[in-house]
Every structure is written in C-alpha cells, then in structure tokens.
Ligand binder design. Structure first.
Ligand code: IPE
Ligand code: IPE
Ligand code: MG
Length: 261
C-alpha cells in the first residue's frame, strides 16, 4: 500500500506525553486491522444520554479510524458494525442503526473517493431495510474501481452463519458436479467466505474491555493478535490506534513455529 510519510507525520504531530509515531516501525504496519467497535451504549448511558447518541458519536470515531488507517498505509480495515445477534435489541435501536448506516454512508462517500478507498460488506445484506440496501449497493458500485485501502463493514454479520453459508455453497457445487469432494480444503472454504481474497486480520482491536469474539471472524482470526482496550468506541482516537499498533509490534508471532533469532 502506498503511504505518504509526510502526511502521516503531520497527522501524528501533536503527540501526547510518552507516545510517539517514531516508536512505530513503518515497515511492519499490519496489512489488515479489524475492529470490534463496542461500548457505544455505555458511553451514552454514562452521560445520561439515550444509547442512540452513543451510536451517533461512534460514527465520528469510525471516520477517524478510516483516516488513520489510510494514513498508516493499512491495506484492509474491517469493522464489526452489526451482528446477526444485534436484531435482539429494541426495535427503535435497530431502526436507528439501520438509518445511521444509510445516512452515514451517503455522507462519507466523498471521503472514500478522496482517499481512494474501496468499500466492501461482510454479512447477509438481504435482510436489511430497502433504503439501507440501496445505499450500500451505491457505495459498492461507486468505489469498485478504487485501488487504495479496502474498508469492510460487517453488517448483519455472524461468523457461524458465514461458515454455514460457505458449507452450503460447497455442497451445492459438489452436488452440481462443479467441485470434487476431494478438493474441499481450507482454501475452498476461505474462498467462499465474505473475506475471500483478503488477507486474514493481523490485528484485532476490541474496545470497551470485553474479552470475547461475539461471533466475529472465527475462521479468519486463527492467528490474529488481539488487543483489548477499555476505551469505549466513541472515545477511540488515532492515539489509541497507535497504542494498539505499538503493542502489536511488540508481539512475537510464531504461527505455531519457533521464534527465529
Ligand atoms: C457497539 O456498541 C455498537 C453495536 C453493537 C451496534 P454497543 O451498542 O454494543 O454498546 P454497549 O456494549 O451496549 O456499551
Ligand atoms: C459485538 O458487540 C457486535 C458489534 C460490535 C457490532 P455486542 O455488544 O453486540 O456484543 P456482546 O453482546 O457484548 O457480546
Ligand atoms: Mg456492546
């Protein structure tokens, strides 16, 4: 991924005490960063606001995370925005989220054009309200030719549903004689997930301190480094992002092997 180092330095110029971009090895920035954006409701409740205000504030944090990822030269940023289980929430909260997805996407399309960002979705979009679906499709169409960072939004996404869907597709192809059962290997499954063609996440960030995956990318996170911060999603800044990357670079990734000295 091409990165403008001058722009990056300017972006990270006003560092708080004890934190510096200079401590980051720019040659080892993760290719794929994934974020479970959690804590919007708690952020709002702590301020005596309705949970929906937390989601509204979360949009600003997401815009900053997209810009930060572009500046850092990350190839893929994926974020968990709505799970297959989130339909269990009160109807008005679900409606607000669906509305927010649509209006935000329309508003942010100029940013995607300006930064050459290609939009993708993980999840079953057929269950979304018509308006949200139409806007998502518009976003896909308008950014399909962009060659910069991939920004993937997981909406109505559940990892188990994703794997079952891949299994169904494999079964269909075998039954139709298009695929031999002997060729059903890890690659065959990977190629039928929403993440087909993308590298697995190198780094998973979860905000608001929760230590669980909540049905997110179970297959793809096999060797991903986890970073959990207590920061609630609307409070997550480029500085928290930098802290996560510094922690990531301090890890020893072995992939089941031994450390090379
Ligand atoms: C994450 O924030 C956003 C979505 C799941 C849509 P939450 O809404 O889960 O916030 P908390 O976890 O209740 O604080
Ligand atoms: C996970 O957060 C889903 C998203 C961030 C979209 P949740 O808030 O839904 O997860 P749980 O319920 O705490 O596990
Ligand atoms: Mg939550």
């Amino acid at each position: 991924m091409q990165r403008d180092d001058d722009k990056l330095r300017a972006y990270y110029a006003d560092a708080p005490e004890g934190l510096s971009l200079d401590d980051l090895d720019l040659e080892r920035v993760p290719r794929h960063v994934s974020i479970i954006m959690d804590g919007n409701g708690r952020w709002a409740t702590a301020r005596g606001l309705d949970r929906s205000m937390g989601h509204v504030a979360g949009v600003d944090a997401l815009r900053e995370a997209v810009t930060t990822s572009v500046r850092l030269g990350v190839d893929v940023l994926s974020v968990y925005a709505f799970s297959t289980e989130n339909w269990r929430r009160p109807q008005h909260e679900v409606d607000l989220l669906m509305h927010l997805f649509a209006t935000t996407l329309v508003k942010e399309l100029p940013l995607f054009h300006q930064e050459n960002v290609r939009l993708l979705f993980f999840g079953d979009l057929t269950a979304l309200p018509e308006k949200t679906r139409v806007v998502f499709q518009q976003g896909l169409d308008e950014t399909a030719d962009h060659t910069g960072m991939v920004f993937a939004l997981a909406v109505n996404y559940g990892s188990r549903a994703e794997i079952a869907r891949a299994a169904r597709e494999v079964a269909r192809e075998v039954a139709a004689g298009e695929l031999s059962w002997e060729d059903v290997d890890e690659r065959a499954v990977s190629d039928r997930l929403y993440t087909a063609g993308l590298p697995d996440p190198d780094l998973l960030i979860r905000t608001s301190g929760e230590l669980r995956l909540s049905n997110y990318l179970l297959w793809q996170l096999a060797y991903t480094e986890f970073y959990v911060t207590d920061a609630l999603w609307p409070d997550f800044t480029k500085w928290d992002y930098l802290r996560a990357l510094l922690a990531f670079q301090g890890r020893s990734r072995r992939f089941g092997g031994v450390v090379r000295s």
